[in-house]
Design a protein around this ligand. Structure first.
Ligand code: PLP
Length: 488
């Protein structure tokens, strides 16, 4: 197994905070990856020059780090075949390695860690709406007592009252739905897991957008599916490209985000969603329409979901309360044909016997406040978006983005061929960003990042200041910059 410099640089974004000389931090970071089996015995490492470039450090730093690891007996140099991990290295878990390599998972920390505290631009999680504690506190003892007396507590399909509410919501939105077409899940992530295990076999072909939600890529790659991708622009997935792909080999499942797309914030155009619905009917493909972000629409009103445009029995719609209300509720759902929902409910029962009924009871009441919640979220996100785009326009004019119609992040193009390398420099200046490659199956250019805007104004200002200093240092070609004092 041969690791490219970009792969190793991406993996080194994970191990966490270190201090001391750079070459020491690097040898420790690499040593941890070898011990964990992420870089397995006998794997070939990139050349010193290539790794130095990917990490934005000097070649001497990598030479010294490799030398330390050779002295420790973890690396060896073979004439003609470069630097390899010794055969006696820890065995590790090859499954984990392949899944990580496929997804390009990065946790946004580096072997070289900036002076703490780091501003975390690597997550686009949303803050909880004030409404949530208010509503949770308004539930009375009588109501909890009624809940505990009516149900023994195990409800794999979900609380009937919540399923009824969700079904009515779809029906009002033009997609007639009955409660037996709804399965409540522990967040949209569990919905994805259940669908993956219920609908896919190892080796099945799945098509996603590129970029797309990382959690979906992780679910499909851990199930050993083959992931192909279709680009998306500011009108969502390029469905014409999907038609070309499907004409060669129809996919078993198409994963799309039609309502608001993570990470680009685009909304799938009406003509494209109709073509996608027709394509699914023609090929009998399962379509998973992940609408988890629909509550984060900043511009316009939600359009009819794909399920409303087809009679196909193979469309599964995923929803979530995480983005509009709070992810800590762990409330999501799947809407689909009753038979498929019954099968998925069985699997859900085997997985966790059901989602918290207390959380679901709060969820029912939160849905009473839907218009309030949507207005508050829209205002917050519009402000954050204006702040971040204003700061980037002023301080980083070479960075470009497409204007999102919703969501909590900006999909930013950075004029470099290695955002992974720049991410290491950014960390030295106290801001964590994720390379855009983490949001796509392998093989896309490393020239994007996702910047969140659902953060307090102070964090956005300080984060962009740090990114600006990091970008200036990076474009000036500085190498081995010491961890810079962080001023906010
Ligand atoms: C598109 C998409 N789907 C699903 C999820 C998972 O959400 P949940 O918190 O409901 O599990 C996320 C979270 O970021 C997401 O962005």
């Amino acid at each position: 197994m041969r690791f490219s410099a970009e792969q190793v640089a991406g993996m080194l974004l994970e191990p966490g905070a270190r201090s001391g000389a750079l070459h020491r931090q690097l040898s420790e970071g690499l040593g941890d990856l070898i011990d964990l089996g992420e870089i397995p015995p006998e794997a070939t490492l990139p050349s010193e020059r290539a790794l130095a470039k990917a990490l934005a450090v000097s070649r001497t730093t990598v030479v010294a780090a490799y030398q330390t690891l050779r002295h420790e007996g973890r690396l060896e140099r073979r004439q003609g075949s470069g630097t390899r991990v010794t055969a006696s290295g820890r065995p590790g878990d090859r499954e984990t390695v392949s899944a990580r390599a496929l997804v390009g998972e990065h946790a946004g920390r580096s072997f070289v860690h900036g002076a703490p505290p780091t501003i975390d631009f690597s997550t686009a999680a949303l803050p909880c709406l004030d409404l949530v504690p208010d509503v949770a506190a308004s539930l009375t003892r009588t109501e909890y007592a009624a809940l505990t007396q009516t149900h023994h507590g195990y409800q794999p399909r979900g609380l009937p009252a919540l399923r009824e509410r969700l079904a009515a919501m779809y029906t009002n939105d033009g997609v007639p739905t009955t409660p037996d077409q709804i399965l409540v899940t522990s967040g949209a992530q569990q919905a994805l897991e259940l669908i993956t295990h219920g609908c896919l076999q190892p080796g099945d072909n799945v098509v996603t957008e590129a970029p797309t939600y990382r959690g979906a890529l992780e679910a499909f790659s851990l199930a050993n599916c083959r992931i192909r991708s279709v680009p998306c622009d500011d009108h969502g997935m390029e469905v014409e490209r999907l038609e070309d792909l499907a004409a060669i080999r129809p996919p078993r499942l198409i994963y799309v985000q039609s309502s608001v797309h993570n990470p680009t914030g685009s909304v799938l155009a009406d003509d494209r969603r109709r073509r996608l619905a027709r394509l699914a009917e023609r090929h009998g493909t399962v379509v998973v329409d992940d609408t988890a972000l629909v509550g984060t629409l900043i511009e316009g009103t939600p359009t009819v979901s794909i399920a409303g445009l087809t009679t196909s029995e193979r469309v599964l719609t995923i929803g979530s309360m995480s983005k509009l209300f709070w992810s800590g509720l762990r409330l999501g759902w799947i809407r689909g044909p009753a038979q498929a929902i019954a099968r998925l409910a069985q699997m859900k029962g085997m997985t966790d016997l059901g989602t918290s009924l207390v959380s679901q009871q709060i969820g029912v009441h939160l849905l009473d406040r839907l218009p309030d919640a949507q207005a508050t979220r829209r205002r917050q996100l519009a402000e954050g978006l204006a702040t971040l785009t204003g700061l980037l326009t002023d301080h980083l004019p070479a960075w470009t983005w497409q204007r999102p119609r919703g969501g909590a992040s900006l999909w930013v193009r950075i004029p470099t061929d290695s955002v992974t390398s720049f991410a290491h420099v950014a960390l030295r200046f106290g801001v964590a960003i994720l390379p855009g490659t983490a949001f796509s199956p392998a093989g896309v250019p490393d020239d994007h990042t996702r910047l969140p805007y659902a953060l307090p104004r102070g964090a956005l200002v300080a984060g962009v200041q740090r990114l600006t200093r990091a970008w200036n240092a990076y474009t000036d070609g500085h190498r081995d910059l010491p961890a810079v004092g962080v001023r906010t």
